[in-house]
Every structure is written in C-alpha cells, then in structure tokens.
Design a protein around this ligand. Structure first.
Ligand code: COI
Length: 359
C-alpha cells in the first residue's frame, strides 16, 4: 500500500509541544498527523494517506454510530538510548487487528500496511516521542464502518485511521498500586461473544461497571466469567495476573472471552525466562480472596499496553476487601515491570526481536 504524503503546513510550535512532552498524561493530546485509508467492497483499500490531524466528517447515518461496527488497537513507540525510536511488537497488533476485523465483519487491514502506517506516523511525528522515564508515543490504529444506512448488516465500506498521542502513566500520577472493584452484576463477555476482539463495544459495555468501581473508590473493575460468575476474566481494559507463593504466576487462559494481550504474552515469556512457573488456567476469584488472607497469593498485577505492568493493591466487593501481600508493589511485579521496560527502552538485549526500529 502506497501512502500519499500531505503533511501539515502548521505543525504545533516547539514550545507548546515541549510543554506537552514534559508531562504527558494519557490520550489527551495528539500529534500533528494521522494516517487513513478507505475501503469499499468493490475497490478494496484505496486513498491511503498521511494528512494533518483533523476532525472527521461523518454522515449521521454511518453504520458505526448505530451498530458499533468498529475495532481498535494500541501499541507504543519508545525513544532508544541511541536517539532512535522503536515500536514494541507491532506485528502482534497488526495480526490481532485482522482477527478483530474478522469477528466484527470488517475487512482485514493488511498486516504489512498496518506496520508501514505506524512507521510512517512515528517517523513523521518523531519529535512527539517523549523522553521522560515511563513515557512513550502511544499509537491508536482503528477501523470503523462508514457506510451510510440503517440496515443491520455488514457495512460495504470502512475507514482505517491511525493517530498518535504522547503518553505517560495510564493511571494518573506516579506509579501506585490500583484498587479493583469486583463486579457482581455485570459481565464483560460470554462464550461466543466478542470478548477476544478489540472492539469498542466491549469497552462501552464495561463502563457502567467501571462507574460502579469509581463510585466505590476503586480505579478499575474486574469481571468474572458470564456462566458461573466465578472465574477471573479481565479488568475493564487490561489483563490480570496473580503471584502465588513467590514463584508461580496465575493468569486466566485465552479462550474467546478475554483479550489476547500483547503485554500478557510478553509477561508470560519473560516470567518463564526469569524462572517463574506460569499457569494459564481458570482462576477462581476465591483463590485470590482466600490466598490474600492465608498468604498464598502474595501479589497481583494488571498488564496491558497502556497500563504496562501496574501493581494491584486491594480487591473490593460489597462489604469486603482482599489485599495480596502488603498492598505495595511486590518484588515479582517490580522485577517483571523492570524487565519489560528495559527491553522496550533498549536497556536490555532484545533477544526475542520484539523491538521494531523506526528511525
Ligand atoms: C491498551 O492498553 O492499549 C488498551 O487499548 C486499553 C485501553 C484501556 C487504553
């Protein structure tokens, strides 16, 4: 796919940009450019281009606005010690987007074009990559159905877009253990549903539970399975791990209802290399509750592209609370977080070929 280049004539001035980069939050400010491409059933993909970042014009009857036919991705680019920039495992996001598209009856965006689009945007907006500890350029590729019409059927046209935003911690402020609210009433995904796809609808349906978490003083919601309401699934927007007896990591298995997190996969690989046993198996929420009390569950953490590896402090539910360990970032969580970040920032050998150099 060839991208037509139409760069902006009015980039954000250096002083304003420096102000943003000095303290990037998450997903608040966007870079000067975006990449887009159009698809129709007759023509396939066309009009691939890099243009100034700008609002979209959408017909009010666009399919996505009514039936949520949409998918998205999230990945990051990191400043390297030599001043270059590298993306982390973009091929995995490209492949997952193809799978999400298949589930949402959207056209696959070619994986090589996905990576090329990311490279192009990072190269063009390289001055937007922040250099502070824990910061990166967050890339958000997404696709939506833009056919005009109210009939409920797969759209005959779609648009791919890629935007970028300098990012610091997903949770505001310095790194701290987050608290979770165990949703009693709501589930995120059921067998046969869209739980493994990265589609906006999964997040939309999590929001009422997320609001409940906030109302109960928690940072994130955690969902149980839809059938028995017993097995851990994932948080509102990230995967979950427990650390048992110091050397064993537990995490819910992939199986259609949870997201195949790229960070989840990286954590499993790194943990095994560091000598931990990783069990991908159904995890009963009572293992967490009882384990926190009897001392067998010593740590818990959340992971995702945005969240990186974030320690979990308290797990709360109506009238109860379980805190693994002392509720502070544990040694295992910290070791894994350091190992992952060191690879991402080029401070530790990238033995898996996870870094994709852009410049
Ligand atoms: C990511 O981690 O990239 C996600 O897409 C999750 C979202 C909560 C920001």
């Amino acid at each position: 796919m060839e991208f037509d280049l139409q760069p902006t004539g009015t980039p954000v001035d250096a002083e304003t940009r420096a102000g943003v980069l000095a303290n990037p939050a998450f997903g608040r400010v966007f870079t000067d450019h975006m990449v887009s491409a159009q698809w129709t059933r007759e023509r396939g993909w066309f009009d691939a281009c890099l243009t100034p970042y700008a609002p979209l014009t959408l017909d009010p009857a666009s399919v996505v606005l009514h039936y949520a036919q949409e998918v998205f991705e999230g990945l990051k680019a990191y400043l390297q010690p030599d001043g270059g920039i590298a993306m982390f495992r973009p091929d995995r996001n490209a492949a997952r987007m193809v799978r999400s598209c298949a589930r949402l009856a959207l056209p696959p965006f070619p994986e090589d074009a996905f990576v090329a689009a990311c490279e192009l945007l990072v190269r063009t907006d390289r001055d937007w990559v922040p250099d502070g500890e824990g910061t990166s350029l967050y890339l958000r590729p997404f696709m939506y159905a833009d056919e005009v019409g109210l009939g409920v059927r797969p759209s005959d046209s779609a648009r791919f877009l890629l935007i970028a935003s300098p990012a610091g911690n997903y949770f505001s402020g310095p790194l701290r253990p987050v608290s979770l609210w165990l949703s009693q009433e709501y589930v995120r995904a059921a067998p046969g549903g869209t739980g493994a796809a990265k589609t906006g609808g999964n997040y939309a349906s999590s929001l009422v539970a997320q609001q409940e978490a906030i109302d109960n003083g928690c940072d994130q919601v955690v969902f149980l399975d839809a059938v028995e309401h017993r097995w851990l699934e994932e948080l509102g927007g990230m995967n979950v791990f427990l650390v048992q007896d110091d050397r064993t990591l537990l995490t819910p298995p992939l199986g259609g209802t949870i997201l195949e997190g790229v960070t989840r996969d990286s954590v499993i690989t790194l943990a095994r290399e560091l000598g931990y046993t990783v069990e991908e198996r159904p995890v009963d929420v009572d293992e967490w509750r009882k384990g926190a009390t009897d001392g067998s569950v010593v740590e818990a953490f959340a992971c995702g592209t945005a969240a990186v590896i974030t320690p979990i402090g308290a797990l709360r539910w109506p009238g109860g609370e379980a805190v693994a360990g002392d509720g502070q970032p544990g040694a295992v969580t910290t070791e894994l977080r350091t190992a992952l970040l060191d690879i991402q920032y080029g401070r530790r050998p990238d033995t898996h070929g996870w870094l994709h150099k852009v410049v």
